[in-house]
Write a protein of this length. Structure first.
Length: 467
């Protein structure tokens, strides 16, 4: 039986979603592995809640406009990407509440890896007007299929700068480079020769790597104004493979690149570098010398914190396993995985990937009310949109007999289900599912007051559209 994890973003206003007359409208995202919303358009009244169930691959529900179907609307609704493993039993669900039924709303899937899903017609509307040239779903979808940007996820190399022209404009060869093949910290091949007009395409096969331009002298430092794919996270069972491409406009130049991922290891210092048009006979232009520089280029400090409270002991003293948990992957309000089993001596390491979350110990009975006195707390870990360093927080377990519970103490994130557990018992009253349900129902002491004087709580909030 499939279970759904509810995802939403906290908003500062309340939609009447709890009205006794409100309906819940279900929309399936990617049923049967297709690039569709089903149904593709719905009619909703004030107070209705539209819930999206993500059934396959790695799609999103991203608000746009009729005029620009494939461009995110500033300040609009966005579920973020929701990767679904082939054998997943826990599927994501994202909901929005309607407070203005007179306004048509338009959405698309922002996924562009392998194919641009919006350009394939993977769009959705609420309260479209079938008889209007500028409000009908049919015309909106037609616009989406015709809305082909000049370049997406593509950079053009010219004197180590990035220009806005599509890689597909090249008449040269396409050179394929695999990133992280076989779970290795490698580019394969690690160096290539390319001519003017050739397109270099990087396929990200696993992990969370990047293709970031640097220099021979400073292999592990991004080159100002240089090419950068950004970190490309690939889930273990992902069926979507991100691809990043650029076209060479000067075949006489040398180019150097590295992966800027630094957790759990600094991948550049491990030799995860790449070059174009290296000179194997030059001391200052060969790939071998560049890689040697990278392995010797150790930064002064790392972005790592080690927990020292409660059950935490120095992480390096552990002889157990290192368990990785991602916080806010793909801008979602989640810990991934959301619950783990760990033994005494194991180290749990949290990577903060987006926004400003925390890992804060709490209790099963009061998940969101207050941090556990003397418990583990990472503190808030803000991440800039273009951050090149990812904070990491670790602690080592010294008692595997007691379940531990955590939440993100940022705003209403706990009430949105952003919680985590260690050694929960799925068959016990203290299971992770019950803990998360408690979190979503946990009324915080500091209730807010709306304009009508009604006290409203974080648990009542969902992303509101149609304002």
């Amino acid at each position: 039986m499939l279970a759904f994890t509810r995802l939403s973003l906290a908003a500062a206003v309340l939609a009447p979603a709890l009205s006794t007359h409100a309906a819940k409208i279900l929309v399936q995202v990617g049923p049967g592995g297709q690039t569709i919303f089903s149904p593709s358009n719905v009619t909703a009244s004030v107070g209705d809640v539209v819930s999206f169930q993500f059934l396959s691959k790695n799609h999103s529900v991203t608000q746009s406009s009729f005029a620009s179907p494939c461009e995110p609307l500033a300040g609009g609704v966005d579920s973020g990407f929701q990767p679904v493993a082939v054998d997943a039993t826990n599927l994501s669900e994202f909901s929005i509440a309607i407070n203005n039924a007179s306004k048509p709303l338009f959405f698309f899937s922002a996924q562009t890896a392998l194919v641009d899903e919006c350009n394939l017609g993977m769009v959705f509307s609420i309260n479209q007007d079938a008889n209007s040239a500028t409000k009908s779903f049919t015309n909106f979808q037609a616009n989406a299929k015709a809305d082909v940007p000049a370049a997406k996820a593509t950079a053009v190399v010219s004197s180590s700068t990035v220009a806005a022209a599509p890689a597909a404009a090249s008449s040269g060869a396409k050179i394929l480079v695999q990133v992280g093949a076989g779970n290795g910290l490698t580019f394969s091949p690690s160096n290539i020769s390319a001519n003017t007009g050739d397109t270099v395409s990087f396929q990200f096969l696993n992990g969370n790597h990047s293709v970031t331009e640097s220099s021979f002298a400073s292999p592990c430092e991004p080159l100002a104004g240089g090419i950068d794919s950004g970190l490309q996270f690939v889930a273990a069972n992902s069926t979507e493979i991100p691809e990043f491409s650029f076209t060479i406009t000067n075949g006489s130049k040398l180019f150097f690149f590295f992966s800027k991922q630094t957790v759990p290891v600094n991948e550049c210092n491990k030799g995860m570098v790449f070059s174009i048009n290296q000179d194997p006979n030059s001391a200052v232009k060969s790939f071998a010398a560049f890689q040697a520089n990278a392995k010797a280029d150790i930064p002064a400090s790392t972005a790592t914190a080690v927990g020292t409270k409660a059950t935490a002991v120095p992480a390096k003293a552990s002889s157990g396993s290192d368990i990785l948990v991602q916080v806010g992957a793909d801008d979602s309000l989640t810990f991934s995985p959301s619950n783990i089993s760990a033994k005494a001596g194991d180290t749990v390491t949290f990577q903060f990937l987006s926004k400003n979350h925390s890992v804060t110990q709490t209790t099963f009975a009061e998940p969101c009310s207050s941090p556990l006195f003397g418990g583990i707390d990472s503190g808030f870990q803000p991440i800039a949109p273009n951050a090149t360093a990812i904070p990491q927080f670790s602690f080592t377990l010294n008692n595997a007999n007691t379940p531990l519970f955590f939440f993100s103490k940022q705003g209403a994130e706990c009430n949105q289900g952003m919680v985590f557990s260690i050694n929960q018992d799925p068959n016990s009253a203290k299971s992770f599912a019950a803990f998360q349900a408690n979190a979503e129902a946990d009324i915080r002491p500091a209730a807010k007051v709306n304009k009508r004087g009604r006290r409203v709580h974080a648990r009542d909030f969902s992303k509101v559209v149609g304002k």
